[in-house]
Design a protein around this ligand. Sequence first.
Ligand SMILES: [Ca+2]
Length: 552
Amino acid sequence: MMILIAPPALPASERFRSSTSCSTRKLVGAKIVAVIRAKYTTRTVADSRERTLLLAAAAVFLLACFPGSMPADEKEEKTAPLPPERDNPTVHLIKRVMPSIVALRNFQPGGPKGLVNFAAGSGAVIHPEGYILTNDHVIMAVAGNKDRPQGLALFADGSQYIFKILARLPAEDIAILKIETGKSLPFLSLGRSHDLVLGEPTLVIGNPNGLAHSVSTGIVSGLQRSTSTSTSYLPAVVQTTAPISGGSSGSPLINALGQIIGVITSQHDNGQNLNFAITIDHIRNRFPRLINAENLNGFLLGLEIDMLEPGARITRVAPDSPAARENLQPGDLITGAGGRKITSGFEFHLALMNRAAGEELPISILRGKKSEAVLLKLAPLLSTIALEKPPGKPGGLDLDVYEGNWSQLPDFDKLKAAGNGKAGSLSIPPGLAGKDYFGLRFRGFVRIPKDGIYTFYAGSDDGSSILIGDRILVQNDGLHAYSEASGTIKLKAGFYPFTANFFEAAGEEKFTVSWEGPGIKKQALPAAALFTKKTTGKKNKPPVVPCQPAGK
Ligand SMILES: [Ca+2]
């Protein structure tokens, strides 16, 4: 059994002593540097110290190597109850939330043979079944190792579990991990961040420099900030004075009610206690894309849920979808799905995981005061729109150019194109470089070479989107500096109707589209994978891309 000796004054040279075959090694520091948009720099706050230790063989051994609590002979003696002056609301709050906080230790590839690095991060349990919310950059380095243990989640009571990475949204720097504990876990509820006020108290519990379950307090010290890290642009962050350090990434930012109001993600590189957390409202709104059950499992349900308000209330039902066929309506409150009780939009999306096209999903709804049971038959997502043979020649897409001053992508169908032609690459044509107030729509087909999971990326200044058939896969809309968004989807080999939209208002402009998939490293979507439909002889008339609803 290995004992962790952590002299507080020497965190950088924290050592491991082992009575088995673990060797002692000096720690290696590594910092991830990032840039904040407002012309100053921040750094992400995971991984500030990577440790190297001997990988003895198996995760079981590693589990034994990381005791989380004090040795038994150092445990505190029983003491008299604290006087109320010391046992204040903050102390109460910390006691209450502590059992839901995990220190994360990720096994990282690289280094000499037979050794494994690990890096520190933090997270919070947000559901009794063991779902953990953290930053993507905390687990990014181990995300490819699906077959190997990816890391450990360590609780304050010393218990620890190997986690799996369940869902990632790198462009938003959020991720969900899952641990299997066989019991119901204490969890933190998700708060709201739309009504945060300057000066309200904040609490952070995390794993700075690998010092598990360190506590710090502060206040909300800034609102409506934006920042970017090396991998993501974060438009909605809150600033706090609660001290953090490397390894704090993924820590919940907690309000006085014990609710999560943000996820600690970065700090100002030049300054003290200028710390940033992604707001919980932003995370709530991104949650459907994070879980992404329909795209990843290839089924269509066809409804959207309000992710901000309590409960799981339907806000939109897609025409011709299974939800529409069963007459579900906006305003219906979903109270159960697949045999699980549903009390939030978050739980509803989790209930969709591991479903497949053709399955039936029983759900319970409350419409007004009347409850109903509905059986939804999950339809195939996109199989009806794929073509087996090339629709035309490879080498690019049809391009329509529009003129206008927009703050969001317009409905190009309602506008008359100012020009059109063929485009070999998905980028701004040279003739439009430096110009303002225009829109581009690229249409045609993309060839998916083999069955698998594909991720498409749209990077743009200003807004952009990517559609497969009529399904919006990547949404990167709005006026903003260059930033990239992605969408991941499971596709069978074939040729799919493909649309990429872009608009530029003023200032700088840039547009890139890339993809990655089985055997394809992230790269610009090549002209050889892009097809236009055979023209029918009418000159200058762009072919109409079929956009029939998926799942019929
Ligand atoms: Ca611009």
